[in-house]
Each structure stands twice: as C-alpha cells, then as structure tokens.
Design a protein around this ligand. Sequence first.
Ligand code: ATP
Length: 298
Amino acid sequence: PSITRGVTKEISTVSWDDIGGLKDLKKELQKAVEWPIKHAAAFSRLGISPIRGVLLHGPPGCSKTTLAKAAAHAAQASFFSLRFIFKQCYILEGKTAHFHCSKNIGFLSYKLYSKYVGEGEALLRRTFQKARLASPSIIFFDEADAIAPKRTGPDGNSSGNVTVGERLLSTLLTEMDGLELATGIMVLAATNRPHAIDAALMRPGRFDKVLYVPPPDVEGRFEILRIHTRKMKLAEDVDLWKIAEYTELFTGADLEGLCREAGMAALRENISATSIHNTHFQAARSSLSPSLTKAVLD
Ligand code: ATP
C-alpha cells in the first residue's frame, strides 16, 4: 500500500475462493448481493425489488468482514467500510473508506479519528453520497451493534452512547430508506451481538436478510488451512486434515495464526529451513489457544 496525505491505496484480492467452508452461505450472498448488482437490468425487467441490506452475525474471526469484501469483489462494486466505536460521549471513528477506481478492484482507503459528536452522522451521509456516486457500491458496517444499539425506553439508559447511537441510527435509517430510489447499492453489516441491534433496522427494506456465519466445522477448518498454506512450503508429513481435526474451537483467524506460527517455528529451529514440518504445526498448536468456547457451538 502507498500512503499519500493520509490516503492509503490498496488492491483487494479477496475472492470467494479465499474463504474456506461456508458453501451455502456464499451461495446465499451471491444471490442476495452479487446478483442484484451484476444483473440489475434483469431485476428491473422482472420487477423484482432486491433486498437492501444483509446482516451477518456470528463469533469474531469467522470471516464476516472477509465475506463482505468477497461479495464486493465478485460484484465489482466499490467497497466502503465503516466502524464506529463509542467512548463515553465521544465517537472514536476507525474509518476506512474504500473506493473502487477501475475495472480491477482498486481501493483507496483512509482512516481518521474524530472526537466530535455530530461528525458521525455527517460521515454516514457522506459515505452514502459517495456510494451513490461510485455505484455499484457496498457499504459495510463492522460492529453494527455500535452504530445501531437497541434503543431503550424514555426512562432507559441515557448515557452519551445511547444519544449518539440514536442519532446515528436515525441517520442510517433515513439513508437506508432513501436507497429505494437508488440502484446498485447494498448495505452489509456485521455483528457478534445481533440481539443488541435495534429492531427498526430489521424492518422490510432495511436488513431484510440475516445470515449466521458459524465457526468452521472440520471440513471448513481443512479448507481454511489449505487456503492459508497455499503459499507455504509444506513437508510431506504435514496432514492438513489431521490438523483440522485437532483444532476444534479454532476460528478462521486462529487458523491463519496457527499457519503463521508453524512457519515461525520452522524458522526458529533453523533459519535456513526450506520446508515446514508436522512438528512445527504441533508446536504451534500447543502454543496457541482457540478463541471459541464450547458454548458457541451449542
Ligand atoms: P470480527 O467479528 O472480529 O470483525 P470477522 O468475522 O469479520 O471478525 P474476518 O475479519 O473476516 O472475521 O476474519 C479474520 C481473518 O481470519 C481474516 O484475515 C481471514 O483471512 C481469516 N479467516 C476467517 N475465516 C476464514 C475462512 N472461512 N477462510 C479463510 N480465512 C478466514
């Protein structure tokens, strides 16, 4: 990536094939996100109104963000990603906006920090405006429960968070309702806490589709390991299926870390190593703990 005046330019290479497992979910997303953007003319010919928003929920590190990026890549859409974190009555915006510039997916991204209440709404409006200009576009909200927390009753929690959250939420609802007139714009959101999201976002025309992104099962783990070892020099004694079997409760992100750690173990043993052996994966496994707990699988 190159950085010019706070603007980072990067090329996204995330495709459906970079995501292990989740076959049915990928198909769902193709139909819900990729088709309406790629085949907009067919949708309008048949008078089908595409869904406007998809909410992805599930444990952290299990590819919600990666799925959104892959959908944008597959639909050749601009990808705008926003993330709001609240601290008392300030908004700490970790903002990354991505603009698709050419046929190849090229992204510009920038991050900024703002502590002024009110900027969040302006940022939201600006993002939707940019998305309309750059259409087809996907707007992605990470940690959507922060932007649209459940509203409490009039006597409920009146902390700064809720006030700021309510203002952002009503801006988001207005913008999403406005999408009815626009084509080629889809809103995707991710959360680990779907129950913490305000019900107003689940009304028709907003997040009409809610998809659970589960932790990987053994086959999923095998595929994830295959993906993350694609470029690694593995010795013949490495059996990815066996590793998949002894990594229950590992997320995709954990497995990515395991592969990296196995490579590091090989280097630590011998800086001139030419391949990574089974023993290195075993060493990596014993030095790392999974992020998930049994409760998530139930
Ligand atoms: P969070 O809730 O913390 O934002 P997330 O569900 O959005 O997490 P991602 O950010 O998409 O998860 O994934 C984290 C990392 O784990 C990515 O860099 C990705 O490469 C890897 N990963 C997760 N799941 C998979 C998968 N199914 N296949 C391949 N890689 C995966």
